[in-house]
Design a protein around this ligand. Structure first.
Ligand SMILES: NC(=O)c1ccc[n+]([C@@H]2O[C@H](COP(=O)([O-])OP(=O)(O)OC[C@H]3O[C@@H](n4cnc5c(N)ncnc54)[C@H](O)[C@@H]3O)[C@@H](O)[C@H]2O)c1
Ligand SMILES: [Zn+2]
Ligand SMILES: [Zn+2]
Length: 386
């Protein structure tokens, strides 16, 4: 099959590799119709997270079931399915508690949490390819309505829509609340979309990329351009000095100032300033325990020096971590089916798998308009976006 193969930072190739096969009775093989490029894929791409040479990339996958193992019962050949980016066994203690993001059995390293084509998430290949092997298929796969309708909405169910929603869940977003979201990348925009669905009264979205901020204003959020105003002052003024009830961190360890210089503590500090006393912050932006490319010695060891003292004094609750996709994807799918959610609004480009290397380059350069790129390995319909 053809696949996007990682050979080192900024060295990708679309190559022919061996087809994945059923290896265990609970496996399925999926023929990918859409695989997205994610902001997280840029961590190995930029050399900020180690990934082995030869790994097939891609953890945001959907497609049609091509083949199932002998013990698969619920999922059938021909089903249209979304593949959560967390790979989970379904039977360990954490899976039983709903934390598929911390499965204790799926990662051969023994660390909690596994996935596809991603650093430290185990050896399984990703889905930026024609085919993908999915272990424990009955547990992991989410069925979608058959056909091709809503392809670019459903493709957000594997990661960023649930992840954005998870940010709002951790931040306790509820009807009438005010919410400040840092980051207007795909995850931040999905958090803003989720906050609107959950009935927030005021939603602020902070970034400096005007095309991304314009999407946030498009559905009624207030855009805050941190290259033009101090975002903390802006939110405090707009909430009459009270602060926002809820905060979402959708930026991660490469948070930077308007000049592009990295300050890993910067967004956490701004959240502590802008979230009201006893409010909640959900951190879904990724922070890492080792980051040799970090700007300071402590940050190289994962030590991010933000203002915890003020966070404590204000009694702010901070929750973080990888999203357990299965906790949300079924309900989010049904919001799409009933036209209450349209996460496809962030899609900027849809290209064939052969064009993946160039798409990565442009996405990494934040070239104008490259917000979310969908790859189509097969013959799925391609919609044009301007
Ligand atoms: N927790 C999870 O399960 C999970 C899942 C998917 C992605 N993520 C992570 O979520 C984060 C966001 O993902 P994405 O795909 O949207 O990434 P992205 O890189 O496309 O978006 C990040 C945005 O943050 C903005 N930004 C940078 N510094 C900022 C600052 N100081 N203030 C405000 N905005 C700032 C950037 O301009 C950019 O638009 C990444 O860290 C990604 O790895 C986490
Ligand atoms: Zn992702
Ligand atoms: Zn498990």
């Amino acid at each position: 099959m053809k696949a996007v193969v990682f050979h080192g930072p900024r060295e990708l190739a679309v190559e022919t590799v061996s087809d994945p096969k059923i290896e265990a009775p609970l496996d399925a093989v999926i023929r990918i119709t859409t695989a997205n490029i994610c902001g997280s894929d840029l961590h190995p791409y930029e050399g900020r997270a180690d990934l082995e040479d030869g790994m097939v990339l891609g953890h945001e996958n959907m497609g049609i079931v091509e083949e199932v193992g002998s013990a698969v019962g619920r999922i059938k050949v021909g089903d249209r399915v979304s593949v959560p980016f967390n790979l989970a066994c379904g039977t360990c203690r954490n899976c039983n508690d709903g934390f598929t993001s911390a499965c204790l059995r799926a990662n051969p390293s023994g660390d909690p949490g596994a996935g596809y084509g991603y650093p430290k998430m185990g050896p399984l290949w990703g889905g930026q390819a024609e085919l993908l092997r999915v272990p424990w298929a009955d547990f992991n796969l989410l069925e979608l309505p058959e056909g091709t309708e809503h392809e670019s909405d459903y493709t957000m169910l594997s990661d960023i829509f649930p992840t954005g929603y998870h940010g709002t869940e951790l931040a306790h977003v509820a009807p009438g609340k005010s919410v400040v979201i840092f980051g207007a990348g795909p995850v931040g925009l999905m958090a803003a979309h989720s906050a609107m669905i959950r009935g927030a009264a005021q939603v602020f979205v902070v970034d400096k990329e005007s095309d991304r901020l314009a999407m946030a204003t498009g559905f009624g959020a207030t855009a805050v351009d941190f290259s033009k105003v101090d975002p903390a002052e802006f939110v405090m003024d707009a909430t009459k000095g009270f602060g926002a009830d809820c905060g979402v961190e959708a930026v991660g360890f490469q948070a930077h100032d308007a000049s592009g210089e990295e300050h890993p503590e910067m967004v956490l500090d701004n959240l502590v300033k802008t979230v009201r006393a006893t409010g909640h912050i959900g951190v879904v932006g990724v922070y890492v325990p080792q980051d040799p490319g970090a700007p300071t010695e402590p940050a190289k060891q994962g030590r991010v020096e933000f203002d915890y003292g003020t966070a404590f004094e204000k009694g702010i609750s901070i929750a973080s971590g990888q999203c357990p996709v299965k906790k949300y994807n079924r309900e989010l799918r049904d919001l799409i089916i009933h036209d209450r959610a349209t996460p496809s609004f962030i899609v900027s480009h849809e290209v064939q798998l052969d064009e993946a290397v160039e798409a990565y380059r442009k996405f990494d350069a934040r070239e104008d308009g490259y917000t979310k790129v969908l790859l189509h390995p097969g013959t799925a319909p391609i919609t044009s976006h301007s």
